[in-house]
Design a protein around this ligand. Sequence first.
Ligand SMILES: O=P(O)(O)O[C@@H]1C[C@H](O)[C@@H](CO)O1
Length: 298
Amino acid sequence: MADSIEGRYSYYQLKETADYLKENINCMVPKVAIICGSGLGPLAEGIENPIEITYDRIPCFPKSTVIGHSGSLVFGCLSGVPVVVMKGRFHFYEGYPVWKVTMPCRIFKLLGCSFLIVTNAAGGVNQRFKVGDIMMIKDHVFLLGLSGNNPLRGPNEDMFGRRVPSMTNCYDMDLRKHARKVVKQLGLEKKFHEGVYASVGGPNYESVAEMRMLSTVGIDAVGMSTVPEVLVARHCDLAVFAFSLITNEGILDYNSTKKPGHLEVLKAAKAMEGPLQDFVKEMVKFMGCKKPCNCGCC
Ligand SMILES: O=P(O)(O)O[C@@H]1C[C@H](O)[C@@H](CO)O1
C-alpha cells in the first residue's frame, strides 16, 4: 500500500531550507551533489575548504539513524568543482515516507546543482560479482514504486517537473560512457560491471527465494535505496550517475548458512574507500567541464 503524502513539503518550504543553506555557504553554487551509501561517507574526504552542516541544524531535514550514515551535508570543492556531499542518506525502512527520503534531491536542485551522483552498498545478485566490485547502474527495478509507493505520488509540483516523467536515459549515457574511460584509466576493469539495480524496502536482507526471483528477472544487484532519489532527481532534470559497491554475495542456495550483515557491508565499503574516491573525483571533474544542463537543446 502507498504511504501517506500528508505533510509533504511544498516548493516554498523547500525553498526556505535551500535559502538557509545558501546563507551558510557564502552563496556558493554547487554543481554536483553526491549521495553517500552505507559506509561510503569518506567519499567526502578530499573536499577543499569544506563547510559541514549537520542535519539537525537544517530546517525540515530528517535525521540519519543508520550506522555508517553520519548525518551532514559537506559543501566545498572536489577536483576543482563546487559540490555538496550528503554524508548519510534516509531510507524508507527507517520509517520515513518516500517523499521525505528524497527531499534532499529537490534541495540540491534549488541550490543550483545540475548533476547527482548516487552511491549505495548492495548485494550481488549476479553470481559473477564479487565483494568489492563496482556496478555502474544502467537501469533499475523499483519494487516499492511498482506497487504504488512512489516519491512523486500526490499533486505534482510543477515548479520541479512534469506530472509523468520519462525514465529513458535515466542513468545518463554520456556519463556512463565517460565512466568506462575512467575505469580503464584507474585500472579498475576487473572490478567493474554494468547492471540493473533493484530497490527493495528493507530492512531485512532478502530470502533465498527472493534472491532467486530477482536473479530470474535479470537483476544484478539489490539494495534498499537509490531509486527513490533517482526518480525525484530525474523529475527535476538533474543528470544522474549511480553505482553500487557490491558488499556481500546474494545467497541463492537453500543449503547455505552464510548470513549477510551490516558490519560486513561497512567493512567491504571501507576496503574500497581509496579507489572509490578516485573514481568519484574523476567523474566530478568531467561533470565540471560539461554544460550545466542535459536537455539537449543548449
Ligand atoms: O544506503 P545504502 O543503500 O548504501 O545502504 C545499504 C542498504 C541498507 O541500509 C544497508 C544494509 O546493510 O546498506
